[in-house]
Ligand binder design. Structure first.
Ligand SMILES: Nc1ncnc2c1ncn2[C@@H]1O[C@H](COP(=O)(O)OP(=O)(O)OP(=O)(O)O)[C@@H](O)[C@H]1O
Ligand SMILES: [Mg+2]
Length: 325
């Protein structure tokens, strides 16, 4: 009976162990599945992490790039500010120059006009015909002064307005025309024009502007000749090659003081008030040469003379300049 009991209990135990084992197995299986799931999630997390790391690096690179751009923009801004300051200063200067210019222009036009009006009043009252010649001469001079001044203003305006128009230059003809134009100047007959040409190649440039340059330099040589000199001359030395014109206009006139040499190209500068003029000639020459992409300098000795040295490009292939201007 006892054995039977034990056997029965044993059987119950086996069934229970079996049941537990099954439960344990199922719990194990569940755990394995959960583990698998966690591993999968872990893998996904790792990938997401990797992706986040990549994005972080990209953002970092973009931030660096942005910093570079910001620096560059800063630099551009600074440069822009400099340009604006520079331009403002330039505009202020132009405005002041314009003010000065208008003032001088009206003054230089009104002075000879008032003198003409005054002389006409005198002429009206003058009864002695012998004296009339003198007055009429003076009217004539004032009109010439006015005419030169207006021509100067026109040359100045043309130079800044008109495009460079290269044509073949005939220097002999050009100088003949200038001499003809200037022969009525006071003491023009007392100065010899010497020509020294060395022309290897045809020269192309703007004829109107060359006229302005020659007219002003030669008229100055006539105006500022040395009254104590027996043989006053103005020598036009020029040499041309395919690249450029090298020109020297040399006189043996009164010369220019050292202090004045820097200023003679300034608008309205005159160092000698004994002769008539408005101090525009050399300013226009300088502006004209700049427009032609050339250079001008001078050498001068008081009581010995002055030489203006000029370089101008040969615009054989006129496209060269058309691109630059
Ligand atoms: N060849 C020269 N010899 C000596 N002085 C000169 C010579 N050329 C110019 N100068 C000096 O330079 C100054 C400026 O010359 P610029 O030709 O500009 O004016 P200007 O002759 O006085 O007047 P304009 O406007 O009628 O030409 C002159 O007043 C003169 O003092
Ligand atoms: Mg002059």
């Amino acid at each position: 009976m006892r054995l039977k009991n034990i056997k029965k209990q044993n059987e119950i135990l086996v069934v229970r162990v079996d049941e537990r084992t099954k439960k344990l197995q199922s719990a194990n299986e569940e755990l394995r599945q959960k583990n698998n799931l966690i591993q999968g999630q872990n893998e996904e997390l790792k990938q997401k992490n990797y992706f986040i790391q990549e994005q972080k690096e990209e953002i970092q690179a973009q931030a660096e790039e942005l910093e570079e751009y910001t620096k560059e923009i800063h630099l551009i801004n600074e440069r822009l500010e400099d340009t604006v300051t520079e331009r403002t200063a330039g505009l202020k200067k132009s405005n002041e120059e314009l003010d000065n210019f208008v003032y001088r222009v009206s003054h230089d036009i009104r002075a000879p006009l008032s003198s003409i009006l005054g002389l006409i009043e005198i002429i009206k009252m003058e009864v002695l015909p012998t004296k009339l010649d003198g007055y009429i001469n003076m009217v004539n001079q004032s009109i010439h002064k006015l005419d030169t001044f207006v021509k100067n203003i026109l040359d100045y305006s043309r130079n800044s307005r008109l495009q460079v128009n290269p044509v073949q230059i005939n220097f002999s003809q050009l100088l003949d025309e200038i001499v003809d134009e200037l022969k009525f100047m006071e003491n023009a007959e007392n100065i010899e024009l010497i020509r020294e040409f060395n022309i290897e190649e045809n020269f192309y440039n703007d004829a109107l502007r060359l006229q302005v340059i020659f007219r002003n330099l030669i008229s100055n040589a006539i105006k500022y000749q040395n009254p104590y000199e027996d043989h006053s001359y103005v020598k036009v030395k020029l040499s041309v090659n395919s690249q450029e014109l090298n020109l020297e206009v040399e006189d043996n006139g009164i010369g220019i003081r050292m202090d004045d040499r820097q200023k003679i190209f300034d608008m309205f500068f005159r160092s000698d008030n004994r002769t008539a003029g408005s101090g525009l000639g050399l300013y226009i020459v300088k502006e004209t040469i700049e427009k032609l992409c050339g250079e001008i300098s001078l050498d001068s000795h008081v009581q010995k003379g002055t030489t203006f040295i000029i370089k101008l490009p040969n615009l054989i292939d006129s496209n060269i300049l058309k691109i630059e201007i």
